[in-house]
Design a protein around this ligand. Sequence first.
Ligand SMILES: *Cc1c(COP(=O)(O)O)cnc(C)c1O
Length: 234
Amino acid sequence: MRDEQLLHNIRNIYGKIARSALRAGRNPEEIRLIAVTKTIDSNTIKRAIDIGLRDFGENRVQEARDKISDLVSHIPVGTVAWHLIGHLQKNKAKIAVELFDLIHAVDSHELAQALNKHAEKIGKRQKILVQVKLSDEESKFGILKEKMYNLLECLGGMRNLKTEGLMTMPPLFDDPERVRPYFCELRKLRDELESSGYALPGLSMGMTNDFEVAIQEGATMVRVGTGIFGERGN
Ligand SMILES: *Cc1c(COP(=O)(O)O)cnc(C)c1O
């Protein structure tokens, strides 16, 4: 993709974020744009960094590791935040803790324990989100709402994890209005948990097709790939 096209796409997404936030009576600065770079090469990521993007989401640990090591010479440590947005297997917890600032898809006690253990070993407080499954049939991953209290209790005792909020992957619909109820449900769940004393400020929800609706429903992080980098060639 040409530089001008990339710049145009990024401006376009930021414009839409700002407009949806304002329309919902929210401050656009509350919303973090996570550029989803799965299948996108390091050189393109470098250009996105130069344009000013600072948050990047990958869904595979190995792929992220290769790109992060490609980019270390280009960016001072700590200027860019890496997000693991895809499902994580327990046996990759160690590398994930080494690589990612925020792990979005924690959905079991066992995975949390593995992350906590590795974070402790390297003296890190790993930020995480809990992935919630709101529809039984559609999503493979995520924890059911009924099991949330239990997991949050356990997480409270894991000193090297910092739970910052919730994430969800609703079923895919062409019409974003059909996704709205899922976003709304996640926010309500968050509000309910907060009123029980759990601090969960972050809501990671919304992708290219539906991030504006997600913002109207309270998203604080939107994960946008196609809208920035174009259709993925896979
Ligand atoms: C790929 C992916 C996205 C981005 O999807 P687009 O439709 O390209 O914006 C967001 N979240 C997750 C978890 C993904 O795997």
